[in-house]
Design a binder for this molecule. Structure first.
Ligand code: GLU
Length: 290
């Protein structure tokens, strides 16, 4: 029987904090219990925010925690060709369109709709307003010169077209520490016309994560609950691209003393700082319940 494959997939855009340590240790713990393999993936598609020194620090912090992973490590920035190929496939299915809107354009269109209807505009699970559809029905005559002139654009899913093509029901199986599996319903439509290729990089988190999980043979995805809703979109991408759907486990998040989610952007205490203050890997493991 082939071994289960787990992966920890941090982004090198800051130092790792306790939340990352929990996710990495949980992946390692699952891999040990299920006699599986543990991979590490560096999610560095965001070339403006990711830095080599943060990547080095990831290896250092994880090794300090006592984790081991297989080499070579997959770095997403070295595989844009794989994401481009996947994008060509989904574009070929006629379910994506270019979008020239800025965040400001979207905010203005949404404010306008709210004023017209007197009703609050719906938001996606990450709290962003659903795309109001400004570029959804642009004709080729309108699109082509703008692209030819080098106008920056993203690519979005046309969810109405997708819903016709793949009505579902969609779903996946989640698993727990005892190996129990449970079917979960997925509702990708609540994301609206999600961005599938960003303006600033030839892919998106969603596209690269499903491509990589397949190419790396990942069978078990263990990640935070903050990504649970994204799984609904990942399942749709997998169906569309003919990729297998792994099993998922979305773990609870490590919270700070105020009850907020830890975040690099909020300067949550980095593992490096805890280490400098004298914490041992054993103390961190214990604090996180391992
Ligand atoms: N790179 C993502 C993060 O650091 C995790 C992606 C995943 O596990 O699917 O939040």
């Amino acid at each position: 029987m082939t071994k289960p494959v787990f992966r920890f997939a941090p982004s090198p855009n800051g130092r790792l904090h306790l939340g990352h340590a929990y996710s990495a240790l949980l992946n390692a713990d699952f891999a040990r219990r299920f006699e599986g393999r543990l991979l590490l993936r560096i999610e560095d598609i965001d070339i403006t925010r990711c830095r080599p020194e943060f990547e080095e620090a990831i290896y250092e912090d994880l090794a300090w925690l006592g984790l081991r992973w297989e080499e070579p490590v997959r770095r997403q920035s070295e595989h844009f060709g794989d994401y481009r190929a996947a994008f060509r496939t989904l574009k070929g299915r006629g379910v994506a369109y270019p979008c020239f809107c800025s965040r400001k354009d979207i905010a203005e269109a949404v404010a306008c709709r709210e004023a017209e209807t007197g009703r609050a505009w719906p938001h996606d699970p990450d709290g962003a307003p659903l795309y109001p559809g400004t570029c959804r029905n642009l004709s080729a005559v309108e699109i082509e010169p703008r692209i030819a002139a080098g106008e920056r654009h993203a690519w979005r899913f046309d969810m109405a077209a997708l819903k016709k093509l793949l009505p579902g029901p969609h779903g996946y199986h989640r698993f727990d520490c005892d190996g129990h599996e449970e079917r979960m319903a997925a509702d990708p439509w609540r994301w609206g016309d999600a961005v599938i290729v960003r303006k600033d990089t030839p892919t998106s988190y969603h596209l690269s994560v499903v491509v990589d999980d397949t190419l790396q043979g990942v069978t078990h995805v263990v990640r935070g609950q903050d990504l649970e809703a994204a799984t609904d979109l990942h399942v749709l991408l997998q169906v569309l691209l003919g990729l297998p759907t792994p099993l998922y486990h979305h773990h609870g998040l490590v919270l700070d003393p105020e009850g907020d989610k830890l975040a690099k952007s909020r300067q949550s205490q980095a593992l490096a700082e805890l280490r400098a203050a004298g914490a041992t890997p054993q103390a961190i493991r214990q604090r996180l319940g391992f």
